[in-house]
Design a protein around this ligand. Structure first.
Ligand code: RRO
Length: 300
């Protein structure tokens, strides 16, 4: 079955994308993911000013995934256009993940970059000095989305945090603001402690959990969002196999993003193996992608 189509306003050959953060720092790794079959690639989040990020350790493997507190390290949008352009050499759309302390910063970054789409990171779980908790308030989500939409001519997605009681409220706010899609979920608030020293392991003490452990949380968020929203939902969180991708799409995801799995098992081959598995599954069931998306919401 064909996997090509439009996802959140962006035409892609496959609905299996590179998630923000992992391998999105350089043009070379974005390009490589695209050449490996990613339908679109999302960059590491960039903001108005260069940031070093938190002191280490910044990533640690835990049961069921990875715990990170990178701390938004990035060279600022002023030093990032070249990476996007190199990434585009891979032939897939490049979506720039961007963050800011408020609507003005988001607009400055978005208008300062030429990308095929923007993913507004309203969900970094541990950027305390930036006031990045902004993404937990529906009114901020709506205002920032609207402000960026007014200034750019490419699709705008909003990446949501799962660290709230009401993720659907945030999704509805993004939709009111004019988003072309929502992406769920960013990492779950978490921490790990070393029992010999009694010290939190990450340099920042706290971090965000990604990988297989959060997949059921992501599936639930996607299901709830897809049930409430008109705009497309993109699923991310613990996807490593075609079965994971199919499950996320049955919950209502129009596309999926893969992050942690790239570092844990298969590497870049994961894009083609998920796409091949999905295609074979659709053929075996005699259905198309449009039937797969939201299947579990229609099943009784
Ligand atoms: O850089 C990070 O620490 C980070 C970001 Br911006 C994010 O959105 N999600 C995450 O788990 N880590």
């Amino acid at each position: 079955a064909s996997l090509s189509g439009e996802v959140g306003g962006i035409r892609m050959e496959s609905p299996v994308m590179l998630a923000a953060g992992i391998l999105g720092t350089t043009g070379a790794s974005l390009r490589r993911a695209a050449l490996a079959g990613a339908g679109a690639v999302v960059t590491k989040s960039v903001g108005v000013a260069p940031r070093e990020g938190h002191r280490g350790p910044t990533v640690v493997q835990v049961e069921g995934g990875l715990l990170n507190a990178m701390g938004l390290p990035n060279p600022s949008y002023r030093n990032f256009q070249e990476e996007i352009d190199i990434g585009r050499g891979g032939g897939a759309p490049v979506v720039a993940s961007i963050f800011g302390a408020g609507a003005e910063e988001f607009v400055e970054v978005a208008t300062g970059l030429d990308a095929d789409g923007f993913e507004l990171n309203l969900s970094c779980p541990h950027a305390e000095r930036l006031g990045a908790e902004i993404g937990c308030e529906a009114c901020n989500v709506e205002a920032i989305t609207r402000a960026v939409k007014e200034e750019v001519n490419v699709p705008v997605w909003v990446k949501l945090t799962p660290n709230v009681a009401d993720v659907v409220g945030l999704g509805l706010a993004a939709e009111r603001g004019g988003a072309d899609g929502v992406v769920a979920i960013n990492t779950l608030r978490a921490m790990a402690i070393d029992v010999e020293s009694g010290m939190p392991i990450l340099g920042n003490r706290f971090g965000g959990l990604s990988g297989p452990a959060i997949k059921p949380v992501a599936v639930r968020c996607v299901y709830d969002l897809a049930s409430a929203l008109e705009i497309p939902v993109i699923g991310v969180g613990g996807i490593a196999s075609w079965e994971d991708a199919a499950e996320m799409m049955m919950a209502g995801a129009r596309g999926v993003q893969v992050g942690t799995a790239l570092g844990m098992v298969e590497g870049y081959g994961v894009f083609r193996s998920i796409a091949a598995g999905l295609s074979a599954y659709l053929d075996r069931k005699g259905i198309g992608m449009e039937e797969l998306v939201g299947l579990a919401r229609r099943a009784r």
